[in-house]
Ligand binder design. Structure first.
Ligand code: 5CA
Length: 437
């Protein structure tokens, strides 16, 4: 992408309406635009990152054996009357009436709809276990939308739903998602701690929230200090292995949200207990037959008996993750994207647009880097070098390749790593080799 034609409306001033750093940086980098309270348009730079996060989430869901489908955003109220949640959900639900006066709603979650799809098509225990997921926009009319996309009203969620014949099999489905979540967040460069959590309006008795520790987080959390430098995936099993030992060992290290934490009965001594704030990026639930029973989602068992299926649901805040990643990885100059989700892999900075040799080398590098499969932001704008460096730092491109006439005279370009600030001078070929290795 040539920055001279890229739609990236960066801001010079720090927006005053934003209270936390991720929101400020997303606005300054021209990634999002608020269109109503808690509702955002994703501008090209933000959209690129959103799609990359989404893809990592998708790959790990697929690896765990979940199957992707896509359900609509608008749902019929009738389904929610069957489960009893239509009245329970309260003002958070955006209710809509269509032209035939039918009650509709913009889905805040999809337990009812997926249960309806399931009961229509699945009739035998032989078709289980089954896990179906989608990545779709949700709407919750939050009383206090805030912190930008962190607590939006419209937001992108990955939600998966598992169906099993008995509680033991449902536990295994839960453990698979537990592992998939740890793998997903690690690929996003995040340290997520699974914490025993409340189930709220989704229901059930077994539930974990996945929390990124951050001062700006909305949740109060407690955990054993061993979590601080734990490499949780070090001895992780594969999805086809027995997951129980890993699950037991991981959940044995104390971690709980404040709703579940009981100071009087906490198993961890004060000296070892970390009290912190955190961002909830994922939440998984096992709720047994809470929806299958009232909605009559039953399958025939081995002896022909009718068995209500055991269910779980598993959410990841895909759009919220972008804010969490920025909260965890930034400096005074801007965002520091992990390579896995960066909007561009390489920022190619032309220090003197119009200088024929500099232009020639830049265009050559631009072509070769792209041919190697890298996303390149080529800064070919007619701007001062200082402004180009500042923008590239602000938008957080992991590698910056700086090409100018002075360096080229001695046959070198400069390669900078955004995360460390380390710069090195290399020949054009050596820089290319390093970036494409
Ligand atoms: N049906 C279940 C699991 S699929 C469910 O809806 N769980 S949830 O309510 O916990 O939401 C799942 C995830 O969506 C949360 O962990 C959080 O990361 C994200 N999320 C929830 N509300 C918002 C919001 N208002 N803005 C941004 N992300 C949100």
């Amino acid at each position: 992408m040539r920055l001279s034609s890229f739609f990236m409306p960066t801001l010079k001033e720090t927006p005053t309406e934003a209270q936390i750093v991720s929101h400020r940086l997303m606005l300054r980098a021209g990634m999002i635009r608020q269109t109503s309270a808690g509702i955002y348009a994703w501008l090209p730079l933000g959209h690129r990152v959103l799609k990359k996060i989404e893809q990592i989430v998708r790959e790990e869901q697929n690896a765990a054996g979940a199957q992707e489908l896509l359900m609509p955003t608008i749902q019929s109220a009738d389904l929610w009357r069957e489960s009893g949640r239509y009245d329970d959900y309260g003002k958070e639900m955006l209710r809509i009436t269509d032209r035939h006066d039918r009650d509709m709603l913009f889905g805040p979650t999809n337990e009812e709809m997926i249960t309806d799809i399931f009961r229509t098509f699945v009739k035998s225990y032989r078709q289980l276990p089954l896990n179906l997921y989608h990545i779709q926009w949700k709407f919750r009319d939050e009383i206090r939308p805030r912190f930008g996309i962190m607590r939006g009203r419209e937001f992108l969620m990955k939600d998966a739903y598992s169906f099993d014949i008995d509680p033991a099999s449902a536990r295994r489905s839960y453990q698979k998602m537990f592992l998939a979540y740890l793998r997903t967040f690690a690929r996003l460069g995040l340290k997520a701690i699974p914490m025993r959590a409340d189930t709220g309006p989704i229901g059930g008795d077994l539930s974990h929230e996945f929390i990124i520790l951050a001062e700006t987080g909305e949740s109060g959390v407690f955990c054993h200090k061993d979590w601080m430098d734990l490499d949780v995936l070090k001895n992780a099993p594969g999805f086809d292995d027995d997951l129980q030992p890993f699950f037991d060992a991981t959940t044995a290290i104390y971690a709980a949200t404040d709703e579940k934490h009981d100071a009087a009965n906490c198993p961890v001594g004060e000296a070892d207990l970390v009290s912190a704030r955190g961002i909830e990026v994922g939440h998984i639930f096992n709720f047994g037959t809470k929806y299958s029973k009232p909605m009559n989602a039953v399958v025939a068992g081995p002896n022909g008996e009718s068995i209500p299926v055991e269910m779980g649901s598993y959410g990841i805040g895909v759009s919220r993750l972008m804010g969490a990643i920025i909260e965890a990885s930034h400096d005074d100059n801007g965002i520091i994207w992990p390579d896995s989700v960066a909007p561009f892999n390489v920022g190619l900075i032309n220090l003197k647009v119009g200088d024929s040799e500099t232009d020639r080398v830049c265009l050559d590098l631009y072509g070769k880097l792209q041919a190697a499969g890298l996303d390149v932001a080529y800064d070919d704008r007619d701007e001062r070098p200082g402004a180009k460096f500042a923008d590239m730092d602000l938008i957080g491109v992991p590698w910056q390749l700086v090409v100018g006439p002075r360096g080229l005279k001695s046959g070198v370009v400069e390669l900078k790593r955004r995360a460390t600030g380390v710069k090195e001078e290399l020949s054009v070929d050596a820089a290319l080799a390093k970036l494409t290795a």
